[in-house]
Design a protein around this ligand. Structure first.
Ligand code: GDP
Length: 328
């Protein structure tokens, strides 16, 4: 039975990746930073797998805890998904972001290098590293121009992963994942904010949806498709870096139109733009070319954008439409 250690297990990707690995017979260990503000792992509960994951205590900023976690879990595969992953927040917390998102990855690489050198390592890199991209479609050879403290921290972690592969011969791969969404996406991201807002408006719980830049374009895939690529990367004989993307792009405005159409409403009747939600530096458009992943890994996205939007809106309608649970 293979053993996997996942950081960021309480997040969207951690939940879907756990589900995938449990389905393949892995023993799954999740690094958790226990605190009074614990999220309660509701995503793992939602997928019905919370009692099948073994939690190990640790903090990406504390190497001693990572060493202990690696010693306890004795992983064959390590997936570093933990990060401060909110782009807008990263301007308010640049140093904390550099810590968790950048140095955190380096700490994990150190823990694996010293305590489980034979383990395979996955780093969750991000299309945000392309930032103000020089070319309309980005692949593994496209230069980075990160546009936020988050993206700069991810670029550091990406290059550290490559450096550990080249310096120590570690089987360390980096997946440059374009945006990937699902009903488990947190409300801070625009897609889930939209589908939650649409459901609220439809159910009469709210009248409008306040957003920032509607013209930003993203290559939105489904998280379940994208986490499959993480696992596929670690099954290769040699470690490498891969862009994971659908190759199609839509604007925030187009995403809104699809989501409101799901419930028979017109987006323009309900959206308000608040300049306070604009970012100090914006990534205007991203579109990925996953040819390498298709060719080498045999990876393909399976969910269309309309299907993704429909699933997210339906789930939010269901969540919000549920009668409130009365205590006692
Ligand atoms: P990101 O690509 O990782 O930054 O993912 P987000 O979902 O947070 O943002 C995607 C795009 O949506 C960015 O270009 C944002 O500027 C834009 N956007 C517009 N309105 C909003 C909003 O209200 N919240 C968020 N999070 N993003 C918004």
């Amino acid at each position: 039975m293979k053993r996997a250690l996942i950081t960021g297990i309480a997040g969207q990707d951690g939940a879907y990746l756990s589900q995938l690995l449990l389905g393949k017979g892995y023993e799954v260990f999740g690094l958790v930073r226990r605190s009074a503000a614990d999220a309660g792992y509701e995503r793992l509960h939602w997928l019905g797998i919370a009692d099948r994951v073994q939690f190990v205590d640790g903090d990406l900023l504390d190497l001693s805890t990572l060493i202990r976690a690696v010693e306890d879990a004795r992983p064959d595969e390590v997936y570093n998904l933990g990060a401060q992953s909110l782009v807008k927040i990263s301007w308010n917390q640049p140093i904390a972001t550099a810590g968790a998102t950048g140095v955190g990855a380096l700490n994990m690489l150190e823990a694996v290098r010293t305590r489980a050198p034979g383990a395979r390592f996955y780093q969750a890199s991000s299309s945000e590293m392309f930032g103000r991209a020089q070319v309309p479609v980005q692949n593994e050879l496209t230069p980075f121009h990160p546009r936020s403290p988050y993206a700069v921290a991810k670029a550091f972690a990406h290059w550290m992963t490559i450096n550990y592969r080249e310096s120590f011969g570690m089987h360390a791969s980096s997946g440059i994942l374009f945006n990937h969404e699902s009903p488990l996406r947190s409300i801070e991201f625009v897609t889930r904010k939209i589908t939650d807002g649409v459901a609220r408006i439809k159910l009469g719980l709210s009248r409008k949806l306040v957003l920032g830049n509607l013209d930003a374009k993203r290559d939105w895939g489904h998280a379940r498709d994208h986490v499959r690529a993480m696992w596929q990367m670690l099954q290769q004989p040699a470690a490498d870096d891969y862009v994971i993307a659908t190759g199609r792009t839509a604007s925030v405005r187009e995403f809104c139109a699809l989501a409101f159409a799901e419930v028979g409403l017109e987006a323009s009747d309900h959206i308000e733009v608040d300049p306070a939600l604009f970012r100090p530096a914006e990534v205007e458009a991203l579109r990925g070319d996953a040819t390498k992943a298709r060719t080498v890994l045999g990876w393909e996205p399976t969910v269309t954008l309309p299907a993704l939007v429909a699933e997210m809106v339906a789930t939010d309608l269901e969540r919000l439409g549920r009668p409130p649970v009365r205590p006692g």
